[in-house]
Design a protein around this ligand. Sequence first.
Ligand code: PLP
Length: 498
Amino acid sequence: MSFFSTRGGACVTASQSILWGLAKDGGLYVPSMFPQLSPERLAALCGTSYQNQAARILRDFLEDYSIAEIEEAVNSAYSADAFDHEDIAPVRHLSDNTYVMELFHGPTLAFKDIALNLLPHLIRLAAEKNEEKREVSIVVATSGDTGKAALEGFKDVPGTSCSVFYPADGVSKVQELQMNTTGGGNTHVIAVKGNFDDTQTGVKKLFNDADFHTKMDEMGCLPSSANSINFGRLAPQVVYYFTAYTNLVQRGVIRMGQSINFVVPTGNFGDILAGYYAKQMGLPINRLICASNRNNVLSDFFTDGTYYTHRTFFKTMSPSMDILISSNLERLLYESADRDSSLVKTWMEQLTDCGSFSIGAQRLSDLQKTFWADFADDTMTSDEIKLIHERNRYVLDPHTAVASYVLEKYRDATNDHTPAVLIATASPYKFAEDVVRSLLGDEAVKGLDAFDCAKKLEEISGVPIPKQIAELHDLPIRSQIVCEKDDMETALLAQLKK
Ligand SMILES: *Cc1c(COP(=O)(O)O)cnc(C)c1O
């Protein structure tokens, strides 16, 4: 299998796509085809470990990695040291035909760990395969969760460094603290005066800037990406859609071959795109329900076929979804355009030049067969956290609550009661203050810091405070580096030169 760019000709191997992150023409790497999992192969996955499922699914995409390499990488990424649940991605029954897949049992308590625990292994192997002698310098833009997960994943990995840019006022307190307490001799954290879109656009600009590549080369560095634009981030996420499905088969909730729905809290469109890839590979998925917060650019897109970014950017209680430019949508557009890269290129140019593009009625109606989208604002999200706790004694984090609300709306609107899996992307402990406020009201959190709120949440939920949160209290905080959004290159080079 080779990898093409969504904007034109590139034809590279899996390891090259992972090593380089973004194609030279600014496009994203996409697999030349989707490996097919026959019903027999799907049945063979049932009842096997997460590690085994990951190895079997990844090997079809990562053709220039040996099976032994993939197995070793998967086993060390999904170890009992890193994840506090042996299933890695446990599936719980919430109510009736709603299930929750908890993807927050990794080191940083968000679903990004699933991919970012594996990516450093894939990148190190890719550097070897391509005889890359330079340091692989990971540069990341984060809306909160990717940053910490990437820092943890790459911390002290030989031959790499990891630099994270985050929007100075756009992440939660716990997220910021998590990043600014990371150890490691090869990690850098920089706050950008701007929002996530400024931050992500700044990083993308660097990747597309020949001068930047020359400067990095002179320093012996090869810039690469650990954002979900990197195919190495996406591929590991395909796995858990299979895990959820086989889990429900195993429990007798569905029979093999029966379709299910997934509802996914969405920002950069990486997670839900992995679900779409799983469907393309033959996993019986009926609907992928795309849930946004008040930054509802995607729900508008799936409603009228126009992607329109010239709108107000809102800061919400689900900060990891505060995004107006969802990078991975480009990969879906590529499929929607029947892999016509010149059409994708035109749309992307229109997006840059005028802030919008339209895909037309026919393509929209094709996409709507698979995707359904809506959004929840902060009030709805807050109410949903309270409602689900009252009804089911289960505490959702704000991102997952957005999805839960949208699932309810979907069922009301369509009367489709197909079993649905809610993708739970973060532990409520990462957002304890907002969660406790939703459950108990404003008064209850007055004067409390993030740790007090975590204690309160422990009392309410009976789920012990994860050690990753408790530890944060005592870890030394690194000195903070802040830059203007136009000075990201200078700030980065200064850090790397140290
Ligand atoms: C990153 C993130 C999302 C959004 O995922 P995308 O792949 O960017 O769509 C949702 N919830 C949480 C908690 C996240 O960290």
